[in-house]
Design a protein around this ligand. Structure first.
Ligand code: NDP
Ligand code: MG
Length: 388
C-alpha cells in the first residue's frame, strides 16, 4: 500500500524537490498540496499529480484558484491549511512552509498523531518544548528534513542500534559559511541583496538564503537540534565547512567521530524522511572523494556574524526568547530583501527586540502566537529607526 503524503508549501524550493522525489516512487501518493499565493503553480501541480485537495493561504487568491480548478477541493486561509491537515487522511505530512506560519500546521499534524517530516525549522525554534511534548503525547514521529539534522538522525540511529545514546558526546553541525565567509564586519557594510542571495553551495528559498548569509540559519539549527535530539546546548557545536560535503557529525566518548557525507542535494534528506525506514534511489552524483580533493574546516567568526551568538543567548534564556528571536529575524530579513534595512541592520533589529521583550514563560501555544505578534511589531518599529 502506498504512503499518503500531504505536502505543505509545495510551490517552494523544498516543496518542488519533494514532488520530484515523490514522482520517482511507486510507494508514495500525494493527497494534498498548499501554497501561500502562487496559486497558478499550485493548480498546475494538482493537475500533474492528480491531487484531490489543495489549500491557498491567501483568501482572495484562493477564490481565484477555486474558479480556475474545479476538479478538486480548494481550501482557503490559515484555517483552510489546518483543515487540509485534518481532512486529507495523510500518513505523513511534509511541512515545507517558511517561517513561524509553519507552527499551526505542525501542531495540527502532531495533535492528530500524524507523522511529520519537518523542513520548517521555525516550528521548533518557536515552540520546541510544546511541539516535542505534543509528539510524545500522541505518539507521532518527527523526521527531520534539514540536511544537518537528517545526517545526525541517521548517525544517532546507528549508535542507538549498538550502544545507546550515552555514548554520544557532542553533535557538530556543519555550516557552509554562506557567501560572505571570511569577511570582516566592516567588509559587510553595504553588501547588496543580490550578493547575499548568491549561496555558494545550496539553491534555496529567499529567506533561508539570507539566514545562511547572516549565519542565523545555523543559530536556528542549533535550537532545532536541541529539541529534536534532546541535547543540551553546551554539547552542540558548529564548524564552518565551505564545501558542504560533510553534512554533520557526532563525536563519541571513546574518541571516535562519525560523519555523514554526500554532494549537497536536498532530495537526499527529503527522500530519507518520506521513505523512512526504507531507503530509495535518488539520482545524485556519487561521492568521489579523490575528485573532491580537499575538505576544509574553520571556526565561526561571531564578530562578523553575531546572529549565531544571539541565537545561543536566546536559546539559553529560553521561554519566549527564541520565538522573539525568530519573529524579529523574519521581519528584519523581509526588510533587507525589500531594501529597507542594511545587512548589518539584521542582527541589530534582532538584538533590539530581544532586549526590549526579554523572555516570558510559555504556558500554552497562545503565549507563542502572542509573543510572535508582539515581536513583529517591535521589530518593525526598530527597522524604521535603524534605516533612519
Ligand atoms: P520557499 O520560500 O522556497 O517556499 C515556501 C513555501 O511556503 C511556498 O510554497 C510558499 O507559497 C509557502 N508559504 C510562504 N509563506 C507562507 C505563509 N505565511 N503561510 C503559508 N504558506 C506559506 O522556502 P524553502 O522551500 O526554501 O524553505 C521551506 C522551509 O524549509 C523553511 O523553514 C527552510 O528554513 C527549510 N529548509 C529549506 C532548505 C532548502 O534547501 N530550501 C534546506 C533546509 C531547510 P508561495 O509559493 O505561494 O509563496
Ligand atoms: Mg540546514
Amino acid at each position: 500500500m502506498s504512503r499518503r503524503i500531504l505536502l505543505l508549501g509545495s510551490t517552494g524550493s523544498i516543496g518542488t524537490q519533494a514532488l520530484d522525489v515523490i514522482s520517482r516512487s511507486d510507494d508514495l501518493e500525494v493527497v494534498g498540496l498548499s501554497a501561500q499565493s502562487n496559486w497558478e503553480a499550485l493548480v498546475a501541480q494538482a493537475v500533474e499529480h492528480q491531487v484531490p485537495r489543495i489549500a491557498v493561504t491567501d483568501e482572495d487568491l484562493g477564490a481565484l484558484a477555486a474558479e480556475a480548478w474545479t476538479d478538486g477541493e480548494v481550501l482557503r486561509g490559515p484555517e483552510g491549511l489546518v483543515r487540509l491537515v485534518l481532512e486529507s487522511g495523510a500518513d505523513l505530512v511534509l511541512n515545507a512552509l517558511v517561517g513561524s506560519a509553519g507552527l499551526g500546521p505542525t501542531v495540527a499534524t502532531l495533535g492528530e498523531g500524524i507523522d511529520l517530516a519537518l523542513a520548517n525549522k521555525e516550528s521548533l525554534v518557536v515552540g520546541g518544548e510544546l511541539v516535542m511534548a505534543l509528539a510524545e503525547a500522541t505518539g507521532a514521529s518527527i523526521l527531520p528534513v534539514d540536511s544537518e539534522h537528517s545526517a545526525i538522525h541517521q548517525l544517532i540511529h546507528g549508535e542507538q542500534a549498538t550502544g545507546g545514546l550515552a555514548s554520544i558526546e557532542k553533535l557538530v553541525l556543519t555550516a557552509s559559511g554562506g557567501p560572505f565567509r571570511g569577511r570582516t564586519r566592516s567588509e559587510l557594510e553595504g553588501v547588496s541583496v543580490e550578493q547575499a542571495l548568491k549561496h555558494p553551495t545550496w539553491a534555496m528559498g529567499g529567506k533561508i538564503t539570507i539566514d545562511s548569509a547572516t549565519l542565523m540559519n545555523k543559530g536556528l539549527e542549533v535550537i532545532e537540534a536541541h529539541h529534536l535530539f534532546g541535547t543540551p546546548y553546551e554539547r552542540i557545536d558548529v564548524v564552518v565547512h565551505p564545501q558542504s560535503i560533510v553534512h554533520s557529525l557526532i563525536t563519541l566518548v571513546d574518541g571516535a567521530a562519525l560523519a555523514h557525507l554526500g554532494h549537497p542535494d536536498m532530495r537526499v534528506p527529503i527522500a530519507y524522511a518520506l521513505h523512512h525506514p526504507q531507503r530509495t534511489e535518488v539520482p545524485v552524483k556519487p561521492l568521489d572523494l579523490a575528485e573532491v580533493g580537499s575538505l576544509t574546516f574553520e571556526p565561526v567568526d561571531t564578530d562578523s556574524f553575531p546572529c549565531l551568538r544571539l541565537s545561543r543567548e536566546a536559546a539559553i534564556a529560553g521561554g519566549t526568547a527564541p520565538c522573539v528571536l525568530n519573529a524579529a529575524n523574519e521581519v528584519a530579513v523581509h526588510a533587507f530583501l525589500e531594501g529597507r534595512l542594511p545587512f548589518l541592520g539584521i542582527p541589530e533589529v534582532i538584538d533590539g527586540a530581544l532586549q526590549e521583550l526579554g523572555s516570558q514563560p510559555i504556558r500554552a501555544f497562545e503565549t507563542l502566537y502572542d509573543a510572535d505578534r508582539e515581536a513583529r511589531e517591535v521589530a518593525s518599529g526598530l527597522v524604521s529607526t535603524v534605516t533612519a
